[in-house]
Design a protein around this ligand. Structure first.
Ligand code: PMV
Length: 324
C-alpha cells in the first residue's frame, strides 16, 4: 500500500516577533530539528494516529466526526489539518498517521505548525491533488488558527519554504534571504513559553496603550528591515546592535523575563555581539550572535547561568517528501 513521508523543519524567530502578528515584517530561520509524518490509507472510516514519542498509540476518530474534542496538542493539529483538507476537497477515506520528531515540543521550535503543514502536504501527495505553495500555506494556516486562535503563520512559512525568510503575516511576504551562515548560539532557558497567551497579552497591552505599542512596532519594523540587509552583508557587529535594540523593545512590551535577561546579559558579558529572546518571550530560547573565537566562552557562561545550549543548524531546507 502506498505510503507518503513528509518531513518539516522547526523554526527560530530572529527579528520582529509580536510586531509580525500586527502586520509588520519579521525574520525567521528554519532549524534542522525536523518532524516527520507518515500517512497511508487504512481502508476504514477511521483516522488512526500514532505519535510514540508523545505516548500516543492508536488514537482513533471517525473521519466524519473530526475536531471539536479535548485531545493531546499535536493530535489536535493533525486532526484539524485532515479536517480542513477533507472539507476542502470532499474526502472521507480513513488514514493511518504516524509522527516522528527529532525534537521535543518543549523547546519552542514550532512542532505544531511543522506537523500541520506536513500533514496537508502529505495528504495532497496521497490524493494526488496539486496544491500551490500558497494554497498549502493557506489551508495549514486556517487549521492552526482553528486550534490556536492567534498567530502570524511565520512558523508555517519556515517549515514550508525553509531557509531564512523576511515574512509578513498570512505569507503576504515570504522572501528568501541569501544567507550562507548565521553565527548564532541558541540557548534554551529551561522555561516553557506559552505563545498564544503572550500574543493575547500583547494584544491587550496594545489596546490599553495604542500609541506606545505603535511606536514599539514602528521601531521593530525598522530594525527588521535593516537587519535583513546586514545579515546578507555579514555585518555582524551591526546585526548584534540591532538584536540588542530589538530586545530592549521586547522588554518594553513586557514579554521578557528575568531568566531570559540573565542569559542575555551573560552572553553579552562573555563577548557576544548581540543577544535577544527569540519568539513570544516568557521563556523558550535566547539567541546570541557570536564570532567563532568567542563561541566557546559564551557557551560556557550560558551553561553556568542555567541555560541549555541547543546544537542546531539554522537556515535549513523546507519540506521534503518521498513515496514508499
Ligand atoms: O514563541 P514562538 O517561537 O512560537 O514565536 C512566536 C512569535 C510571535 O510573533 C509572538 C507569534 C507569531 O505567531 O508570530
Amino acid at each position: 500500500m502506498k505510503r507518503i513521508r513528509v518531513s518539516a523543519p522547526g523554526k527560530l524567530m530572529l527579528f520582529g516577533e509580536h510586531a509580525v502578528v500586527h502586520g509588520r515584517p519579521c525574520i525567521v530561520t528554519a532549524v534542522d530539528q525536523r518532524i516527520e509524518i507518515r500517512i497511508s490509507f487504512n481502508g476504514e472510516n477511521e483516522l488512526i494516529i500514532n505519535a510514540p514519542q508523545l505516548g500516543i498509540r492508536s488514537y482513533q476518530r471517525t473521519v466524519s466526526e473530526l475536531g471539536g474534542q479535548e485531545m493531546p496538542k499535536q493530535v489536535s493539529f493533525i486532526e484539524a489539518a485532515v479536517k480542513k483538507f477533507y472539507q476542502q476537497y470532499g474526502l472521507k477515506k480513513g488514514l493511518n498517521i504516524t509522527t516522528h520528531s527529532q525534537f521535543s515540543h518543549t523547546y519552542g521550535f514550532g512542532s505544531s505548525s511543522a506537523i500541520t503543514i506536513a500533514t496537508i502536504k502529505a495528504l495532497s501527495l496521497l490524493y494526488k491533488i496539486k496544491l500551490s505553495d500558497k494554497k498549502l500555506f493557506d489551508l495549514a494556516y486556517q487549521a492552526v488558527l482553528e486550534i490556536q486562535g492567534v498567530g502570524s503563520g511565520f512558523d508555517l512559512a519556515a517549515a514550508l519554504w525553509g531557509g531564512t525568510l523576511l515574512y509578513k503575516k498570512g505569507a503576504k511576504v515570504a522572501k528568501r534571504l541569501k544567507i550562507k551562515s548565521l553565527p548564532l548560539i541558541v540557548c534554551y532557558s529551561g522555561v516553557k513559553a506559552d505563545t498564544p497567551t503572550l500574543v493575547r497579552q500583547v494584544e491587550e497591552y496594545k489596546r490599553r496603550h495604542p500609541k506606545k505599542v505603535k511606536r514599539i512596532f514602528d521601531q521593530m519594523e525598522k530594525i527588521t528591515l535593516k537587519a535583513k540587509n546586514l545579515f546578507v552583508q555579514k555585518k555582524w557587529l551591526a546585526v548584534g546592535q540591532l538584536m540588542n535594540k530589538n530586545q530592549k523593545l521586547l522588554e518594553e512590551l513586557g514579554v521578557s523575563t528575568q531568566v531570559l535577561e540573565k542569559l542575555i546579559r551573560a552572553a553579552l558579558e562573555a563577548g557576544a555581539l548581540g543577544a535577544k529572546l527569540s519568539g513570544a518571550g516568557g521563556g523558550d530560547n535566547i539567541i546570541a550572535l557570536c564570532l567563532p573565537q568567542k563561541k566557546k566562552s559564551v557557551e560556557k557562561v550560558l551553561k553556568k547561568a542555567g541555560g541549555q545550549i541547543m546544537k542546531v543548524k539554522l537556515n535549513s531546507k523546507g519540506l521534503t517528501w518521498q513515496k514508499t
